[in-house]
Design a protein around this ligand. Structure first.
Ligand SMILES: *[C@@H]1O[C@H](CO)[C@@H](O)[C@H](O)[C@H]1NC(C)=O
Ligand SMILES: *[C@@H]1O[C@H](CO)[C@@H](O)[C@H](O)[C@H]1NC(C)=O
Length: 154
């Protein structure tokens, strides 16, 4: 697997310029540095397959994979649906002043999305916010429901 130093700036539409050491660092330079650091860390992990490295908190070897619904077996689909239904039966843990209409854990996620809608749609943080949101929802499906839903584990 190869990670391109050009991919992120090109994706973001940033110029591929490199400032001298005394010049003020532009946002593009900072992004290029971050991209290079991330690539180096990933490549180091790829080349490091020790058991110890694989057991660190989150890495390429233990990262969860969120599969597309169309690749679920019938049993996995039923497990997922059971987990969602379970979340819809668990009581809300949101503050009633924050989400007075939330009755279930599922409603909590709806309430958060409604509350944040104006600042997470049509903005630069759309993807990162929703990535975090889906991760929180997935974690709730896995841990709050007791259904054993782990379909997307590996
Ligand atoms: C491999 O991973 C272990 C554990 O995290 C670390 O101590 C070691 O320095 C790593 N080796 C390389 C070549 O990155
Ligand atoms: C979102 O929730 C916060 C905290 O309760 C509140 O101050 C804010 O007004 C809410 N925003 C919207 C758009 O409902």
């Amino acid at each position: 697997m190869r990670f391109s130093t050009l991919a992120l700036p090109v994706f973001l539409g940033l110029p591929l310029v490199s400032a001298g050491p005394l010049a003020a660092r532009s946002d593009a330079d900072v992004l290029l540095d971050l991209n290079a650091q991330a690539r180096e860390a990933l490549e180091a992990q790829l080349s490091n397959s020790t058991t110890e490295a694989r057991s660190t908190k989150c890495n390429l070897f233990n990262a969860k994979v969120r599969r597309d619904w169309k690749f679920f077996s019938c049993a996995q689909r039923k497990e997922y649906i059971a987990a969602v239904k379970c979340l819809q039966k668990k009581p809300s843990i949101a503050s009633p002043t924050f989400a007075p209409g939330a009755k279930t854990r599922y409603d909590d996620f709806v309430a958060v999305h409604i509350n944040q809608t104006l600042s997470i749609h049509g903005t630069g943080n759309f993807l990162t916010w929703h990535r975090y949101y889906v991760k929180a929802y997935e974690t709730a499906l896995r841990t709050d429901t007791g259904t054993g839903w782990t379909t997307g584990k590996t």
